[in-house]
Write a protein that binds this ligand. Structure first.
Ligand code: 13P
Length: 264
Protein backbone atom coordinates (compact mmCIF):
# COMPACT_ATOMS: atom_id res chain seq x y z
CA UNK A 1 0.00 0.00 0.00
CA UNK A 2 1.17 3.50 -0.77
CA UNK A 3 3.79 1.90 -3.01
CA UNK A 4 4.03 4.64 -5.58
CA UNK A 5 2.67 2.39 -8.33
CA UNK A 6 -0.09 3.71 -10.55
CA UNK A 7 -3.51 4.20 -9.08
CA UNK A 8 -6.14 1.78 -10.37
CA UNK A 9 -9.59 3.02 -11.39
CA UNK A 10 -12.03 0.24 -12.27
CA UNK A 11 -15.52 0.67 -13.65
CA UNK A 12 -17.88 -2.19 -12.74
CA UNK A 13 -20.70 -1.88 -15.23
CA UNK A 14 -22.69 -4.67 -13.52
CA UNK A 15 -25.67 -5.74 -15.72
CA UNK A 16 -25.72 -2.54 -17.78
CA UNK A 17 -24.83 -1.79 -21.44
CA UNK A 18 -25.33 -4.32 -24.24
CA UNK A 19 -22.39 -4.82 -26.61
CA UNK A 20 -23.30 -1.86 -28.84
CA UNK A 21 -23.72 0.49 -25.89
CA UNK A 22 -20.46 -0.85 -24.45
CA UNK A 23 -18.54 -0.03 -27.63
CA UNK A 24 -19.96 3.48 -27.88
CA UNK A 25 -19.28 4.10 -24.17
CA UNK A 26 -15.66 3.03 -24.62
CA UNK A 27 -15.25 5.27 -27.67
CA UNK A 28 -16.75 8.24 -25.82
CA UNK A 29 -14.53 7.50 -22.80
CA UNK A 30 -11.39 7.39 -24.93
CA UNK A 31 -12.14 10.91 -26.22
CA UNK A 32 -12.27 12.18 -22.65
CA UNK A 33 -9.22 10.48 -21.15
CA UNK A 34 -6.15 12.72 -21.05
CA UNK A 35 -2.84 11.09 -21.97
CA UNK A 36 -1.08 12.88 -19.11
CA UNK A 37 -3.44 11.33 -16.56
CA UNK A 38 -2.90 7.84 -17.90
CA UNK A 39 0.74 7.84 -16.84
CA UNK A 40 -0.52 8.06 -13.24
CA UNK A 41 -3.73 6.07 -13.38
CA UNK A 42 -4.57 2.66 -14.84
CA UNK A 43 -8.14 2.54 -16.15
CA UNK A 44 -10.14 -0.70 -16.37
CA UNK A 45 -13.72 -1.40 -17.47
CA UNK A 46 -15.62 -4.51 -16.41
CA UNK A 47 -18.49 -4.99 -18.90
CA UNK A 48 -20.94 -7.92 -18.92
CA UNK A 49 -19.46 -11.14 -20.38
CA UNK A 50 -21.38 -10.85 -23.66
CA UNK A 51 -19.72 -7.47 -24.37
CA UNK A 52 -16.13 -8.57 -23.82
CA UNK A 53 -15.26 -9.65 -27.37
CA UNK A 54 -16.63 -6.42 -28.90
CA UNK A 55 -14.81 -4.35 -26.28
CA UNK A 56 -11.55 -6.23 -26.88
CA UNK A 57 -11.82 -5.53 -30.63
CA UNK A 58 -12.53 -1.82 -30.29
CA UNK A 59 -9.80 -1.36 -27.66
CA UNK A 60 -7.23 -3.06 -29.93
CA UNK A 61 -8.35 -1.48 -33.21
CA UNK A 62 -8.58 2.06 -31.86
CA UNK A 63 -5.69 1.79 -29.39
CA UNK A 64 -7.96 2.83 -26.52
CA UNK A 65 -5.82 3.12 -23.37
CA UNK A 66 -8.17 1.13 -21.18
CA UNK A 67 -7.73 -2.42 -19.85
CA UNK A 68 -10.45 -5.02 -19.90
CA UNK A 69 -11.88 -6.59 -16.76
CA UNK A 70 -14.54 -9.22 -16.01
CA UNK A 71 -17.10 -9.20 -13.20
CA UNK A 72 -16.79 -12.85 -12.20
CA UNK A 73 -15.59 -16.26 -13.39
CA UNK A 74 -15.72 -19.94 -12.49
CA UNK A 75 -12.76 -21.63 -10.80
CA UNK A 76 -12.46 -24.52 -13.29
CA UNK A 77 -10.85 -24.33 -16.73
CA UNK A 78 -13.76 -26.11 -18.45
CA UNK A 79 -16.48 -28.62 -17.66
CA UNK A 80 -20.19 -29.28 -17.23
CA UNK A 81 -21.03 -25.97 -15.54
CA UNK A 82 -23.99 -24.58 -17.49
CA UNK A 83 -24.02 -20.83 -17.72
CA UNK A 84 -20.51 -20.32 -16.36
CA UNK A 85 -17.41 -18.71 -17.90
CA UNK A 86 -13.89 -19.97 -17.17
CA UNK A 87 -10.74 -17.96 -16.43
CA UNK A 88 -9.13 -19.61 -19.49
CA UNK A 89 -11.86 -18.09 -21.69
CA UNK A 90 -11.38 -14.65 -20.15
CA UNK A 91 -7.62 -14.77 -20.63
CA UNK A 92 -8.20 -15.51 -24.36
CA UNK A 93 -10.17 -12.24 -24.56
CA UNK A 94 -7.23 -10.24 -23.18
CA UNK A 95 -8.96 -9.69 -19.85
CA UNK A 96 -6.48 -8.33 -17.27
CA UNK A 97 -8.57 -8.04 -14.08
CA UNK A 98 -11.37 -10.21 -12.69
CA UNK A 99 -13.65 -9.13 -9.84
CA UNK A 100 -14.05 -12.00 -7.38
CA UNK A 101 -16.64 -12.23 -4.61
CA UNK A 102 -18.53 -9.00 -5.26
CA UNK A 103 -21.15 -8.61 -2.51
CA UNK A 104 -23.94 -8.85 -5.10
CA UNK A 105 -22.60 -12.29 -6.09
CA UNK A 106 -22.22 -13.35 -2.46
CA UNK A 107 -25.66 -12.13 -1.47
CA UNK A 108 -27.89 -12.58 -4.52
CA UNK A 109 -26.19 -15.64 -6.04
CA UNK A 110 -25.14 -17.38 -2.83
CA UNK A 111 -21.45 -17.43 -3.67
CA UNK A 112 -19.67 -19.00 -0.72
CA UNK A 113 -16.32 -18.32 0.88
CA UNK A 114 -15.16 -21.66 -0.55
CA UNK A 115 -16.16 -20.60 -4.09
CA UNK A 116 -14.22 -17.37 -3.69
CA UNK A 117 -11.17 -19.14 -2.27
CA UNK A 118 -11.11 -21.39 -5.36
CA UNK A 119 -11.53 -18.55 -7.85
CA UNK A 120 -8.61 -16.41 -6.68
CA UNK A 121 -5.81 -18.89 -7.60
CA UNK A 122 -7.69 -19.79 -10.81
CA UNK A 123 -7.55 -16.17 -11.97
CA UNK A 124 -3.87 -15.87 -11.02
CA UNK A 125 -3.03 -19.09 -12.89
CA UNK A 126 -4.02 -17.38 -16.15
CA UNK A 127 -1.89 -14.32 -15.54
CA UNK A 128 -4.87 -12.11 -14.66
CA UNK A 129 -5.30 -10.07 -11.47
CA UNK A 130 -8.14 -10.89 -9.08
CA UNK A 131 -9.91 -7.97 -7.41
CA UNK A 132 -11.38 -9.53 -4.28
CA UNK A 133 -14.30 -7.59 -2.81
CA UNK A 134 -14.59 -7.48 0.97
CA UNK A 135 -16.81 -5.43 3.24
CA UNK A 136 -19.23 -5.52 6.13
CA UNK A 137 -22.99 -5.09 6.06
CA UNK A 138 -24.88 -2.52 8.11
CA UNK A 139 -25.59 -4.89 10.99
CA UNK A 140 -21.94 -5.90 11.24
CA UNK A 141 -20.88 -2.27 11.17
CA UNK A 142 -23.37 -1.33 13.90
CA UNK A 143 -22.18 -4.26 16.02
CA UNK A 144 -18.55 -3.06 15.68
CA UNK A 145 -17.59 -6.19 13.74
CA UNK A 146 -16.13 -4.57 10.62
CA UNK A 147 -12.51 -5.49 11.31
CA UNK A 148 -13.36 -9.06 12.19
CA UNK A 149 -15.39 -9.42 8.97
CA UNK A 150 -12.63 -7.99 6.78
CA UNK A 151 -9.95 -10.14 8.40
CA UNK A 152 -11.95 -13.29 7.86
CA UNK A 153 -12.83 -12.46 4.22
CA UNK A 154 -9.20 -11.64 3.38
CA UNK A 155 -7.80 -14.71 5.05
CA UNK A 156 -10.31 -17.10 3.41
CA UNK A 157 -9.82 -15.53 -0.02
CA UNK A 158 -6.05 -16.11 0.21
CA UNK A 159 -6.28 -19.59 1.72
CA UNK A 160 -5.58 -21.39 -1.56
CA UNK A 161 -3.12 -18.89 -3.06
CA UNK A 162 0.58 -19.76 -3.14
CA UNK A 163 2.41 -17.29 -0.92
CA UNK A 164 4.39 -15.79 -3.81
CA UNK A 165 1.09 -14.95 -5.53
CA UNK A 166 -0.38 -13.04 -2.59
CA UNK A 167 1.09 -9.59 -3.42
CA UNK A 168 -0.60 -9.77 -6.85
CA UNK A 169 -4.10 -9.94 -5.37
CA UNK A 170 -5.97 -6.62 -5.30
CA UNK A 171 -8.61 -6.05 -2.61
CA UNK A 172 -11.61 -3.75 -2.89
CA UNK A 173 -13.14 -2.48 0.33
CA UNK A 174 -16.84 -2.22 -0.52
CA UNK A 175 -19.03 -1.83 2.57
CA UNK A 176 -22.45 -3.17 1.61
CA UNK A 177 -24.30 -0.20 3.05
CA UNK A 178 -22.32 2.16 0.79
CA UNK A 179 -23.02 0.39 -2.51
CA UNK A 180 -25.56 2.24 -4.65
CA UNK A 181 -26.83 4.12 -1.60
CA UNK A 182 -25.38 7.58 -2.19
CA UNK A 183 -23.90 7.18 1.29
CA UNK A 184 -20.15 6.51 0.86
CA UNK A 185 -17.81 5.47 3.65
CA UNK A 186 -15.80 8.26 5.24
CA UNK A 187 -12.09 8.58 4.51
CA UNK A 188 -11.52 7.57 8.17
CA UNK A 189 -13.48 4.34 7.55
CA UNK A 190 -11.32 3.79 4.47
CA UNK A 191 -8.08 4.23 6.41
CA UNK A 192 -9.15 1.73 9.07
CA UNK A 193 -10.25 -0.77 6.41
CA UNK A 194 -7.01 -0.35 4.48
CA UNK A 195 -4.92 -1.05 7.58
CA UNK A 196 -7.06 -4.02 8.57
CA UNK A 197 -6.78 -5.53 5.09
CA UNK A 198 -3.01 -4.88 5.03
CA UNK A 199 -2.55 -6.64 8.37
CA UNK A 200 -4.61 -9.63 7.26
CA UNK A 201 -2.61 -9.89 4.02
CA UNK A 202 0.66 -9.66 5.97
CA UNK A 203 -0.50 -12.47 8.24
CA UNK A 204 -1.44 -14.64 5.26
CA UNK A 205 1.93 -14.00 3.60
CA UNK A 206 4.09 -14.61 6.67
CA UNK A 207 7.46 -15.98 5.71
CA UNK A 208 7.49 -14.46 2.23
CA UNK A 209 9.98 -11.73 1.53
CA UNK A 210 7.82 -9.12 -0.18
CA UNK A 211 9.88 -6.97 -2.48
CA UNK A 212 9.80 -3.27 -1.79
CA UNK A 213 7.25 -1.58 -4.02
CA UNK A 214 5.21 -4.72 -4.58
CA UNK A 215 2.70 -4.24 -1.74
CA UNK A 216 -0.94 -5.19 -1.94
CA UNK A 217 -3.24 -2.69 -3.61
CA UNK A 218 -6.51 -1.79 -1.86
CA UNK A 219 -9.35 -0.03 -3.69
CA UNK A 220 -12.43 1.64 -2.28
CA UNK A 221 -15.90 1.10 -3.75
CA UNK A 222 -19.37 2.33 -2.78
CA UNK A 223 -21.08 5.52 -4.02
CA UNK A 224 -17.92 6.96 -5.58
CA UNK A 225 -18.60 10.08 -7.66
CA UNK A 226 -16.25 12.67 -9.21
CA UNK A 227 -16.70 14.90 -6.14
CA UNK A 228 -15.44 12.36 -3.56
CA UNK A 229 -13.01 10.28 -5.67
CA UNK A 230 -9.80 12.17 -4.91
CA UNK A 231 -10.36 12.13 -1.15
CA UNK A 232 -10.38 8.33 -0.97
CA UNK A 233 -6.91 8.31 -2.50
CA UNK A 234 -5.48 11.40 -0.84
CA UNK A 235 -7.00 11.16 2.65
CA UNK A 236 -8.23 7.55 2.70
CA UNK A 237 -4.89 6.11 1.56
CA UNK A 238 -6.52 4.02 -1.14
CA UNK A 239 -4.64 2.74 -4.19
CA UNK A 240 -7.63 3.29 -6.42
CA UNK A 241 -11.39 2.91 -6.78
CA UNK A 242 -13.97 0.36 -7.88
CA UNK A 243 -16.76 2.47 -9.32
CA UNK A 244 -20.29 1.23 -10.07
CA UNK A 245 -23.01 3.68 -11.16
CA UNK A 246 -20.67 6.58 -11.94
CA UNK A 247 -18.63 4.41 -14.34
CA UNK A 248 -21.57 3.98 -16.73
CA UNK A 249 -21.31 7.49 -18.10
CA UNK A 250 -18.08 8.38 -19.94
CA UNK A 251 -18.30 11.92 -18.56
CA UNK A 252 -18.41 11.00 -14.89
CA UNK A 253 -15.95 8.09 -15.21
CA UNK A 254 -13.41 10.34 -17.00
CA UNK A 255 -13.96 13.01 -14.33
CA UNK A 256 -13.13 10.43 -11.63
CA UNK A 257 -9.93 9.44 -13.48
CA UNK A 258 -8.97 13.10 -13.78
CA UNK A 259 -9.67 13.82 -10.10
CA UNK A 260 -7.52 10.89 -8.96
CA UNK A 261 -4.70 11.71 -11.38
CA UNK A 262 -4.63 15.26 -10.00
CA UNK A 263 -3.73 13.96 -6.52
CA UNK A 264 -1.44 11.10 -7.61
P1 13P B 1 -21.76 2.13 -6.75
O1 13P B 1 -20.54 2.92 -7.17
O2 13P B 1 -22.88 2.22 -7.73
O3 13P B 1 -22.14 2.41 -5.34
O4 13P B 1 -21.32 0.56 -6.81
C1 13P B 1 -20.16 0.16 -6.19
C2 13P B 1 -19.84 -1.23 -6.60
O5 13P B 1 -20.54 -2.16 -6.23
C3 13P B 1 -18.68 -1.43 -7.47
O6 13P B 1 -18.35 -2.78 -7.57
Amino acid sequence: MGTGINKLICGNWKMHHDHLQAVSTLQALSLRLQAANLSKVEVVVHPPFVDLRSCQTVIEDRHIPVLLGAQNCHSEDSGAYTGEVSPAMLARLAVSYVIVGHSERRRLFHESDADIAAKVPAVLRYGMTPIVCVGEDEQERDAGRTMERLESQVSISLSKVKKVGIPSVVFAYEPLWAIGSGNPATTEDALVARDTIARAVARASRGVAVEKGSGTRVLYGGSVVPENAADFVKKGGMDGLLVGGASLSPESFAAIVEAVAAVS
